[in-house]
Design a protein around this ligand. Sequence first.
Ligand code: AMP
Ligand code: MG
Length: 319
Amino acid sequence: MMRRVLAAILMLCALASCSRQPVEEHAFLMDTWCSITFYDRGDEELSDEAFAILEEIDARLDRFDTGSEVARINAQAGLSPVSVSEPTYKLIKRAKELSVMTGGAFNPLMGAVSDLWGFGSASPSVPDDDEIARLLEAVDIDNLVLDDGAMTVYLADDRISLDLGGIAKGHAADEVAAFLKASGVERAVVNLGGNVWCIGQREEDRPWTVGLQDPSSQDGAYFTTVSVSDSSVVTSGSYQRFFIEDGVAYHHILDPATGRPADSDILSVSLIMDDSTMADALTTALFVMGSTDAATFCRQWGLSAVILTGNGEEIRIGL
Ligand code: AMP
Ligand code: MG
């Protein structure tokens, strides 16, 4: 069950007929199925270039890849600052800012705690409370030390490790969408397992209709739709990755306050905004907050969101 990735986290509903047949390209990257669907122009060369961008980002940010920049930072935790490339530095800085903005609900320093649970390994299991507590003590965003001038990243405690899993796909979606737009693409959908970028409109004067996956459905059915133009739709949910031990499901979104899977009443939370990087970090944080605090946060920041709770309530904000 672990590392089982649901390819169609969001299902696109092609409700309209289109003069040109859409062309869809797929690749398994960033630990998920990625697709790009071109509705106006698009050729194999363009999609190859787009997937190459994803591969390059993954190669820099995948903490399980020993050659990545994030792995190099983690190897030097508690030892020394590590010099990184500009895009990696900027993303890490963004992650730190978003951690502060969410009061720590999003915290990119949960890598070591996540490893304790074995998320990302073949045999995850529930760890001892003492072990969680020992690592959690060091999970403080101030321990992510950034130097703008030298462009170095330093983890000031060897009990933490950097995990950009909650923000990297949103960032990658932004980069690919920007590349496609700069290449003249006006209508396309980039779907990186839960991070969708809808470029332009479905047709002239006709927005895209994006279905949000029903967490209880095995066949990609959706519980509602949202209408979007030139925007990203990002979803976090406990149903996306989990393992079962003694009949209890343990999902991959951890509460930095407890070091355990967030005890949230949210099943799925989506944000609709043109900054997929921000949306990715925020949906992870909103999930941790639970529906009441998440709704307050969205209203406070003027965000457009759909929250589905465990008792079947659908909360729409700003839509
Ligand atoms: P997402 O699917 O975007 O909600 O992100 C979940 C992923 O982010 C997990 O697989 C972890 O790699 C990482 N993660 C888990 N909990 C947190 C958290 N509270 N803050 C930041 N990243 C997290
Ligand atoms: Mg996220």
